[in-house]
Write a protein that binds this ligand. Structure first.
Ligand code: RIB
Length: 303
């Protein structure tokens, strides 16, 4: 059976819900504090698995009790964790504040994610049928680079979510099959401030990427590829409680739908529905919907 490999971060999110964000120097009361499994890599792995894909996670947790909890959360979603290594010290943590509008602010403490090295990446020839590799920017870039080259060698498509954004050389863009990014990341990487999804997607394709998928929050998403196919999908309107991991849910669900052979427009609808559902619940992995929930939402939205 074909599988998706996710190489990336595994964090414990320590989330404070507040009425509004604190100003510099200000102390405010939180309404609720929760520990929720997160990390962009782990969230995308969980989203893909809950959308019906067979998923293998490659990453690192610390030798602390959080590490055990984080592995358990991945396993509970059906993600294979055989290639998750344990590093001395603390697991990755994300300190998140969520305001009453569901918006968030995130501070990362890399922990074990920063200790992942290229030698922790298994030889891809040991995997028999890999549909795609998903990457983000919460582990050291040399590790991502090693994964990209390994995937290229085995002709496995690479989907990179460059979050947090960092400058990217054209040589690096040219070895990536698909970039999935939000407007802030797109502006940072392309240097284009015109805020036009078409323009920025064409610019990135001009720099060597085969496909670009821009997530535009409550305005939906925009897809473009090297052959000149472009399409926009509007977002499903829901009451946002917490937008944490909405992008990760979108990416994991999109990858799973694509692996199941859905046409791109259907993959985008499926992923948009998954992301919409995720913002109606609190937390990262705790908010990711199952395939059945996504299908039910789509059926209801179509009537
Ligand atoms: O994309 C959301 C994720 O970003 C959170 O779960 C947090 O861990 C940070 O990595």
């Amino acid at each position: 059976m074909s599988e998706i490999i996710v190489v990336g971060s595994i964090n414990m999110d320590i989330v404070n819900h507040v009425d509004r964000f604190a100003l510099p120097g200000q102390t405010i009361q939180g309404r609720l504090t929760e520990f929720v499994p997160g990390g962009k890599g782990a969230n995308q792995a969980v989203a893909a698995a809950k959308s019906g894909a067979s998923v293998r996670m490659i990453g690192a947790v610390g030798q602390d009790s959080l590490g055990e909890e984080l592995i358990a959360s991945l396993k509970q979603a059906g993600v294979s964790t055989d290639a998750v290594v344990k590093k001395e010290g603390a697991s990755g943590m994300a300190f998140i504040t969520v305001n009453a509008d569901g918006e968030n602010e995130i501070i990362l403490a890399q922990g074990a994610n920063g200790k992942l090295t290229a030698s922790d990446i298994p030889d891809f020839s040991t995997f028999s049928d890999v549909h795609a590799v998903l990457l983000q920017n919460e582990i050291p870039w040399p590790v991502n680079k090693r994964v990209i080259l390994e995937a290229n060698k085995h002709r496995i498509p690479v989907i990179l979510n460059p979050a947090p954004a960092m400058p990217m050389a054209d040589d690096d863009l040219a070895i990536i099959d698909m970039l999935v990014l939000n407007e802030t990341e797109a502006e940072f990487i392309s240097g284009d401030t015109a805020k036009s999804p078409e323009k920025v997607a064409r610019l990135l394709i001009g720099r060597g990427v085969r496909e670009v998928l821009l997530t535009l929050g409550d305005r939906g998403c925009f897809y473009a590829n090297r052959d000149g196919h472009e399409m926009a999908i509007s977002a499903y309107q829901v009451q946002a409680v917490d937008t944490t991991a909405a992008g990760d849910t979108f990416i994991g669900a999109f990858a799973a739908a694509r692996m199941n052979g859905m046409p791109v427009r259907e993959c985008l609808r499926f992923a948009s529905a998954a992301a919409a559902l995720s913002v109606t619940k609190r937390g990262a992995q705790s908010s990711i919907p199952s395939k059945a929930e996504i299908v039910r939402f789509l059926n209801e939205a179509d009537h």
